[in-house]
Design a protein around this ligand. Structure first.
Ligand code: GLU
Length: 315
């Protein structure tokens, strides 16, 4: 890797990263638990950066929609904080899990209270919390509208085929939800809660839409492109803190060490990352590493952080 040159032009930096990674496209293992994800070509690669000043930089398949999966958990957490404030922390923890995204062991040890909102159990509990006063259909509509508002893009939709497949094969998530319900930790019927969870995971977005949707987190809670105030400055910082500590499941420490920026990954191969005060970044490469995080996506962000000097840990 070249020495970082913080002043270098961002387009040149991502063009270069793409070029360097091209021989490696296809590395990693594409998620194969549902056919819609299994048949995605592992050689796709896209990256988009949106700066707080409003400049957009894209490379590769940055305009191709993909299944954002667990990245959607950042948006549902934001909604939950908006509806219930800090009370959500009575229902879900905010500590890194150190275990796999769909682990059930820890849940038993801790009386059915999920460790954090980004592991599956925690995100299912968040879906349950924001269901209060809604039908699942209304809430799914609200989530889609919220994400469209964040990205300022009316074209964002749910891939219903993905949602159906998730529902048909979601044995582990069904188990997690029933397990929490058995501890009295879900307020709504399991089918309703999972209906919401599977649908928000099935949102399809492009890297550029995702980078725009995450921009409020890089800019103190307000999207500088639209002027939309989404959350307070403190809340944006706190969501970033959770992404840094919990955003990559049991690979969160490794991501923080290598990249040094808050980020949230999804099993579809996407990662949304935030360089506070600078930019929001989305990368997509479907091949995953052993933790279920995008292999080349993590590497691309590591290269970007090194070359721009962006880090939350120091200049
Ligand atoms: N829908 C996936 C699941 O619940 C999301 C997992 C992920 O993106 O890591 O298994």
């Amino acid at each position: 890797m070249r020495e970082p040159k913080p002043q270098e032009d961002l387009q040149a930096i991502i063009d270069d990263i793409y070029l360097e990674l091209t021989p490696r496209l296809g590395e990693g293992k594409v998620a194969d638990y549902i056919p819609q994800l299994a048949r995605v070509d592992a050689r796709h690669f896209g990256m988009a950066i949106v700066t707080t000043g409003g400049e957009v930089y894209c490379v590769g398949d940055a305009e191709m929609p993909f299944s954002i999966q667990s990245i959607s958990k950042v948006f549902t957490l934001t909604l939950a904080l908006g509806k219930h404030g800090e009370n959500i922390w009575n229902r879900v923890g905010r500590e890194p899990s150190g275990s796999a995204f769909n682990s059930i062991v820890q849940l038993e040890h801790e009386g059915g209270k999920p460790r954090n909102p980004f592991i599956n159990a925690g995100a299912i509990r968040i879906s349950d919390l924001i269901l209060a006063g809604h039908t699942p259909k209304e809430l799914i509509g609200e989530i889609v509208r919220f994400v469209r508002y964040l990205a300022d893009d009316e074209n964002i939709v749910i891939d219903h085929e993905v949602a159906r497949s998730e529902t048909a094969t979601g044995y582990r998530n069904i188990a997690l939800a029933n397990f929490m319900r058995s501890f009295g930790r879900l307020d709504h019927p399991v089918e309703h809660v999972l209906g919401v969870y599977f649908h928000h995971c099935a949102l399809a977005m492009t890297c550029s839409q995702l980078a725009k949707a995450g921009l409020f987190l890089a800019a103190g809670g307000t999207n500088p492109l639209t002027g939309h105030s989404v959350v307070s400055r403190q809340r944006a910082r706190r969501i970033n803190a959770l992404m840094l500590t919990c955003g990559h499941y049991d690979g969160s420490g490794d991501f923080a060490y290598r990249v040094g920026l808050p980020g949230k990954s999804g099993v579809g191969g996407g990662i949304m990352a935030v360089a506070p005060g600078k930019a929001s970044i989305a990368v997509w490469s479907p091949g995953l590493n052993d933790y279920g995080n995008s292999l080349l996506g993590s590497l691309a962000l590591e290269m970007l952080a090194a070359r721009t000097g962006w880090s939350v840990f120091g200049p």
